[in-house]
Design a protein around this ligand. Sequence first.
Ligand SMILES: N[C@@H](CCC(=O)N[C@@H](CS)C(=O)NCC(=O)O)C(=O)O
Length: 233
Amino acid sequence: MSAATYPFAENTYTLYSYAGCPFAQRTLRALEVAKVPHEVVEIDLANKPSWYHLVNPQLKVPALRTPSGDILIESLVTSEYVAEEFPDSQLLPSSSVERAQLRLFVEIFSSQIIPNIYGTLRAATAEEQEKKKQALLQGIREVSRELERQWERSSGKGGPLWYGDRFSLAEVDTVSFVNQLVGPEHYRGFKVPDTDEFKAFHRWFNEASKRPEYKKFSQDSQTIINNVQKFVA
Ligand SMILES: N[C@@H](CCC(=O)N[C@@H](CS)C(=O)NCC(=O)O)C(=O)O
């Protein structure tokens, strides 16, 4: 391979990924639900191949190469691309209002839960850790409320997933980070209480985590504990 090229699969999708990355798991799950043939190139993040900047100048995973050679980056962008390119997957609904409601759910989850998972681990003092744990819990509370609202809409079908029985982009874009809660649990004693305000969250994840789309890419607790150790202050 010359210096100006990089490995990719001919005539199919190529996903540059890392199995332990919850962002990459979004794209892996989107491709799985939509049954899109693809090949995975596993990137060793601790020792990135010299050609990887040709795929993603930001040097992050995931990156998705289409069969025609376009390279898409950013996990929310790639999962939404898969949903739009393969509408039969029903990852996204056809109604624009329902799509907007799903995007709001993913936005609340992404802005209020994800940074606080890692913030909880990075926080050095007991006071800062407590602050981040409360912020994380508040994010989960908001997500739980959003689920309750959705289940009252006709498209929510009363749960237990965002669209009733269907594993959609709402789950694809979020469940890998619920898996990551093992980190704050292990290192910071974080726990989502079994109280009414978190009931919808527990019901939703309890169902999502039984699905093959979840299990295929989920990580066992010890692997996550080892992976997130680098964030722990
Ligand atoms: N905003 C990006 C975040 C992706 C990201 O942070 N990926 C991590 C792995 S989980 C990465 O590639 N980090 C580069 C590194 O570790 O050097 C996305 O959603 O795709």
